[in-house]
Design a protein around this ligand. Structure first.
Ligand SMILES: NC(=O)c1ccc[n+]([C@@H]2O[C@H](COP(=O)([O-])OP(=O)(O)OC[C@H]3O[C@@H](n4cnc5c(N)ncnc54)[C@H](OP(=O)(O)O)[C@@H]3O)[C@@H](O)[C@H]2O)c1
Length: 333
């Protein structure tokens, strides 16, 4: 079967299409034929060597496809079922711990950039009703992170105010989930061309973070004292503004490092505002099931910017690198 591997030195032009033996499911495992995947910034870091992985690692955390064989003792799935991967295949439910998050698809273990993968039957979920494979493949990392930040950790209520930053996959899902839950959404982007797209998805107020470098204080003022929930994706580039944008007693989800890995914190602002900050990494299979249930009732559909074939994975990452995309870039097999 076809698979893509990350090879030393890890660069986008060194991703290799290889032919490897198709796996056979063991006891408790299912064999999934992937039909689509999608790109996350995490996958990009793996592909360029920003996150070091074993030589020959199969990348991509996200996948959607068909169960084509089941191993002995499998009870949850049948051949023909449509399933989606989970970012942490061993974090089925409950509180996070080291053991549950040790396996990470496309990073510490092989991911979905292959035609077929064997997985434990407990490490996938059903796809939302009526979703295409491409749509379902956008969910496991980006959408689940947004869901966890807002619904699980943030306990978002209708009428709350939310700030989402940039127009990447995770942030666009956060906008959609927040609007579906009845929130008022502030969004930022570096591109005036993307403002209309954000508004069409329901963003109530959009600010260009390049032309207004003090967008945090601006949002604090516009919202009459700060927003309830902030999803910080820029790290070094955004955290100071994110803190300024939050209200007293607000919640900041520390999610991304698009602008750098470190940040200086103005500590008196943190305790003066009595902020709650949650560092989070995606979520559990149990959270993914809850998100799929909510998608089935809300009718939320992912925003897919462009689709590439598996062989074009390097080109797809080059496109992601430009930052021109809005929402998700998908890979179809
Ligand atoms: N912790 C987790 O569990 C988790 C899960 C998913 C993602 N993440 C992180 O979240 C971030 C976004 O991931 P993604 O997969 O959604 O990426 P992506 O699709 O590649 O998003 C790229 C977009 O982010 C925006 N951006 C770039 N630099 C920015 C900055 N300094 N400030 C604000 N926006 C900026 C740009 O939007 P505009 O063109 O509109 O400016 C750009 O198009 C990454 O750091 C990723 O590692 C973390």
């Amino acid at each position: 079967m076809r698979a893509i591997t990350v090879n030393k030195p890890a660069t986008l032009d060194n991703l290799a299409v290889t032919d490897i033996a198709a796996p056979t499911p063991g006891a408790g495992e299912i064999l999934v034929q992937w039909r689509a995947s999608s790109l996350n910034y995490h996958d990009y870091l793996v592909a360029i060597g920003g996150i070091r992985v074993e030589d020959g690692r199969i990348p991509l955390s996200d996948g959607a496809g068909d169960v084509i064989a089941i191993g002995e003792g499998v009870t949850q799935w049948q051949v023909g079922d449509k399933v989606m991967s989970a970012f942490f295949p061993n974090w089925a439910e409950g509180e996070v711990n080291k053991a549950k998050t040790a396996a990470l698809l496309g990073d510490t273990v092989n991911g979905c950039a292959a035609e077929q993968t064997c997985l434990s039957e407990n490490s996938v979920t059903a796809m939302p009703d009526g979703y295409s494979y491409a749509e379902a493949a956008t969910l496991p990392c980006a959408a689940l992170t947004a869901w966890r930040a807002l619904i699980v950790e943030g306990n978002l209520q209708a009428g709350d105010t939310v700030l989402v930053e940039g127009t990447g996959g995770m942030s666009v899902f956060a906008l959609q989930i927040a609007k579906a839950a009845g929130a008022y959404v502030y969004a930022t982007t570096s591109s005036d061309d993307k403002i209309d797209q954000l508004k069409k998805l329901g963003a109530d107020t959009v600010i260009n973070y390049k032309t207004d470098p003090k967008w945090g204080p601006t949002i604090n003022k516009l919202s009459g004292g700060g927003v309830d929930h902030v999803l910080d994706v820029g790290g070094s580039a955004t955290l100071a503004n994110s803190i300024d944008a939050a209200r007293v007693g607000g919640h900041i989800s520390l999610i991304g490092i698009l602008g750098g890995f470190t940040a200086e914190l103005m500590l008196p602002k943190m305790f003066g505002k009595q902020l709650r900050m949650t560092g989070l990494s995606v979520g559990s299979v149990e959270m993914q099931y809850a998100m799929v249930k909510a998608i089935n009732t809300s009718g939320l559909r992912p925003v897919i910017d462009r689709s590439f074939s598996l062989e074009e994975l390097g080109a797809a990452f080059h496109y992601q690198e430009t930052g021109k995309h809005f929402g998700k870039i998908v890979i179809e097999y």
